[in-house]
Design a protein around this ligand. Sequence first.
Ligand code: NDP
Ligand code: GDR
Length: 325
Amino acid sequence: MSNSKAALITGVTGQDGAYLSKLLLSKGYDVFGLLARRSTDTMWRLRELGIEDDVRMLDGDLTDLPSLIRAMQLSKANEVYNLGAQSFVGTSWQQPVLTAQVNGIGALNVLEAVRIVNPEARHYQASTSEMFGAIQAERQDEKTPLYPRSPYGVAKLMAHWATVNYRESFGMHASSGILFNHESPLRGIEFVTRKVSDGVARIKLGLQKELRLGNIDAKRDWGFAGDYVEAMWLMLQQPQADDYVVATGQTTTVRDMCKIAFAHAGLTMEDHLVIDPKYFRPAEVDILLGNPAKAMAKLGWKPKTPLEDLVSMMVDADLQRLSSR
Ligand code: NDP
Ligand code: GDR
């Protein structure tokens, strides 16, 4: 007998895809993941969570609509989570067209595949606080205007509005989670928190002497990815689809986040940090600070992991990884 709960996750090999797979498996879902062809192994996160053999992989790419239609048909998914993206903001200035194709057109392709194969399926779009960009509201919420500051943000804006539009045009259960930065030991190494936790661990173990960063005055509202995937799932359990900001409601400079990491390892940031203009961006999002009141009230969701605990968890994981090599 087929399971009535089947989920298809694009971006399953990424940070959020791994944590979401684990959550859905624990809830008894059949979990299918879209696997884009790469020349190197991309399964390390699922392996670290011990679920590599539990997620059923289907070949496909967000830029290839037929493969998405096939994935919908084969999985018989009634929940679809579109997490796949070129997700590194810095790269989006170097590869703006690819970023638009994957993050913008790719998201539209997923909506089309759902509409063609099973328009009753519930759909989640991974929107982002990067869409607020230059808008410095006291705290950014679902009604804050959008003004993206990167090709990444521009492409995500298209995907966000396409999701709203498919909900309004076709009555699809399509929700958009406007998630603020969320991190974990499974974060990609190019993002600043993981670059810091890995760098601090290397310095502690005598493997490198300095850590080179760009704009440490930028402020971010950082939470734990494991908490944030719960909000994704909760959105698809609601009777009506909607848009939700998911954030902690606290903002911290890159400088202070970095200080926490060094201090956790018994080191002093000033002894090792070097500012390198190479890491400054053509346009910056100076401050992100979200207001998750709607998600807390309607979804019953709340952030559970303070930044100090998150950063300590990441430094400890990197110390352990590097020590056991
Ligand atoms: P990751 O960069 O860790 O994961 C991205 C995933 O997308 C990977 O599985 C990657 O596959 C896949 N992917 C990339 N290009 C394609 C493609 N052409 N076809 C199919 N799959 C593709 O991102 P996160 O897990 O951190 O983020 C998940 C989503 O949430 C993204 O859409 C991101 O933009 C968005 N988001 C993230 C936030 C965060 O703070 N983490 C905040 C707000 C939004 P592969 O492993 O093969 O490269
Ligand atoms: P962001 O995350 O751009 O907010 O996008 P990132 O960790 O890359 O940057 C956060 C802030 O730190 C500053 N910074 C540096 N960043 C990186 N990567 N490397 C550095 O050396 C460095 N020095 C300073 C950046 O300028 C920036 O201000 C993330 C991604 O997950 C997106 O996919 C997601 O949509 C948003 O979060 C919300």
